[in-house]
Design a protein around this ligand. Structure first.
Ligand code: SF4
Ligand code: SF4
Length: 57
């Protein structure tokens, strides 16, 4: 399970990176990277102010 970050919507605020309980997200310059620690919990999706994150189930 993973997530999809819509890079056209993302404002690179870093909010999702801070809330991820498994540390699966990293903000690299202007790109959010998701690694395989993602459990698909959906917390980042809820916290994103721009609706840029979709959980891929
Ligand atoms: S779905 Fe959960 S585990 Fe995956 S990146 Fe978002 S907050 Fe982290
Ligand atoms: S919370 Fe949303 S807008 Fe902010 S960095 Fe994450 S995906 Fe981008």
């Amino acid at each position: 399970m993973s997530i999809i970050v819509n890079k056209y919507k993302c404002g690179y605020c870093g909010a999702c990176v801070g809330v991820c309980p498994t540390g699966a997200l990293e903000l690299i310059e202007t790109w959010i990277e998701v690694d395989n620690k993602c459990t698909g919990c959906g917390i980042c999706q809820k916290v994103c102010p721009l609706g840029a994150i979709e959980v891929d189930r």
